[in-house]
Design a protein around this ligand. Structure first.
Ligand SMILES: [Fe+2]
Ligand SMILES: [Fe+2]
Length: 205
């Protein structure tokens, strides 16, 4: 009897994991489709708008776990809260770098505002009820970000996009050489996104 209960439990866990994974992947494909349709190869603008969204999940999750720690009056949440808030801060810095490269037009500003209102609420609800699925989705988002920045780099290498000097802010943030170029900055940003992908994968387990 116990064995069959265990088997049923593990089957249920497996199914839940699969549904969660399919949902996270589906959402990622949905957002990717939007980004591809809207921005195509305008990578500077794409980075600006997507980084405004990328700064949301870490803040929502960090805030939620902070509140949970307060409610339960329990310690042990500190490292996770700090890690999530650091992710949000890092994404905000990415935005500050790319805003020097591409200025959003009026329509993009409207899109940023709308996306922030919708995505903040959407992610909060998802995080409250399905935190692991939420982290899994961000893991896939971050993997897409790595792909996008790789394509951006390829366009710079092929000469389709000018390899202009990196913004001062990025040079001091990443401790780059004073003559660093846009491509050097993107390599660093891409490393950050890889790190976010790993962190969110760990938190989704
Ligand atoms: Fe980012
Ligand atoms: Fe990221």
């Amino acid at each position: 009897m116990e064995v069959s209960n265990n088997a049923r439990g593990s089957f249920r866990n497996k199914m839940t994991g699969r549904i969660s994974n399919a949902f996270a992947k589906g959402q990622t494909m949905f957002f990717r489709f939007f980004a591809d349709t809207f921005f195509a190869k305008r990578y500077g603008h794409r980075a600006v708008v997507l980084e405004t969204i990328a700064g949301v999940p870490g803040m929502v999750a960090g805030m939620w776990i902070h509140l949970k720690s307060l409610r339960k009056a329990r310690t042990g949440y500190g490292p996770q809260i700090r890690e999530l808030l650091a992710e949000a801060e890092n994404e905000r810095m990415h935005l500050m770098f790319f805003i020097k490269i591409a200025k959003p037009n009026v329509f993009e500003r409207l899109l940023i505002l709308t996306a922030q209102i919708i995505f903040w609420h959407y992610y909060l609800v998802l995080y409250v009820f399905f935190p692991k699925t939420a982290h899994r989705m961000i893991h896939y988002f971050e993997e897409e970000a790595v792909r996008s920045y790789t394509s951006y780099l390829e366009m710079i290498e092929s000469g389709d996009i000018d390899n202009i000097p990196a913004p001062e802010m990025a040079i001091s943030y990443y401790n780059l050489d004073s003559d660093a170029r846009l491509s050097d900055m993107i390599v660093k940003v891409r490393e950050d996104e890889k790190h976010h992908a790993e962190v969110n994968h760990r938190m989704s387990l």
